[in-house]
Each structure stands twice: as C-alpha cells, then as structure tokens.
Ligand binder design. Sequence first.
Ligand code: SAM
Length: 169
Amino acid sequence: MSMVRENEIRQGERAVEAPPATDAGLVFIGQIRTPWTSRMVTPRQGRRDGPVCRIEIFQPWVEALANIEEFEELEVLYWLHMSRRDLVLQSPANDGTTRGTFSIRSPARPNPIGTSIARLVGREGNMLLVQGMDCLDGTPLLDLKPERTGFTPIAPSQPGDFEVEQTSS
Ligand code: SAM
C-alpha cells in the first residue's frame, strides 16, 4: 500500500454520504504562512518551539489586531481546507484499527476546523509571528483569540458565572 496520507480510505475506515456543505457564513480573515507544503511533512501537532510562522490578516480586519500583543499565547482557529469531510471511522495508524472521528484530532472531519495554541513572538503590521502551528502553507484563517487561561473577561460578571451544579449529599 502506498504511504500517502492525503484523502485515501484506509482498511477499516468508513466514509458516509455527507450532506452537501452549506454555507455557515464563515469568512476567511487571513491566511497562515508556514514552511510546509505537503501533509507528509507537516507536524501532527504544533510545538511551542516550532518554526516561526506568519499569520497574515486581510483587510478590513487588520484593525482588529489592536491589543493582541498583550497576550503571550493565542488560540488560532483555521480551516483545514484540503481535508475530506465524510469519514466517521478513521485509522490513524493505518493498521486496520479504527476510532470515531470525534475521538481524535484528525484533520478529516465534517467541519475541518483546526485549533492550535500559538506563542505570539512578534508583529509586523498585518502579520503576526507565531510558534506552534501545524498547518499547510496558505491555510485559511478563521479566528484568533487570547488563550483562555491567559484571559480574564473584561465585561462585568453575569449571574451564570456563579452557577454551579447542586450535588445531593
Ligand atoms: N492542531 C490542530 C487541531 O488539533 O485541531 C490540527 C491537527 S491536524 C492532526 C494537523 C495535520 O493536519 C497536519 O499534520 C497535516 O497532515 C494536516 N493538515 C494541515 N493543514 C491542512 C490543511 N490546510 N488541509 C488539510 N489537512 C491539513
């Protein structure tokens, strides 16, 4: 069997007839520039000490980068645009054993959204310099936000913030 890791179906994997993709109204707000042009060499998961990559923000969204340099880590959401979207069972090791798509972080999923925690190391105008990416060069960017644990909500608390599950004991 060939070693390709593109859109092949492996032993034991199951594809379904996926409903046609409908437009969820997503807007690509930029693109991620990385050293990787083949899925055969792209990291499985980004690492904090990985190569510095560039997140390019398109207009009219550049102004939305205001204050971003206050944060060391960003949550980056991107569209794994080369993925197949019809697999329900996948064989990550290509050994005939399978797992459900929602129990793994494979790029092949009904809505191929990738997320990474990136280390922000610099900014050059509309470009953010980050470490921790694992996507192909030119991958469309969906969103950026401060990493959750490094962010304290600025808006005042709401009642739901204090709600906890009542335990019976
Ligand atoms: N860190 C993200 C996550 O956990 O949601 C993505 C993890 S995914 C396992 C990373 C792999 O997706 C890469 O090794 C590469 O094989 C594949 N990949 C990267 N960019 C892609 C793209 N634009 N389209 C399809 N597959 C991509």
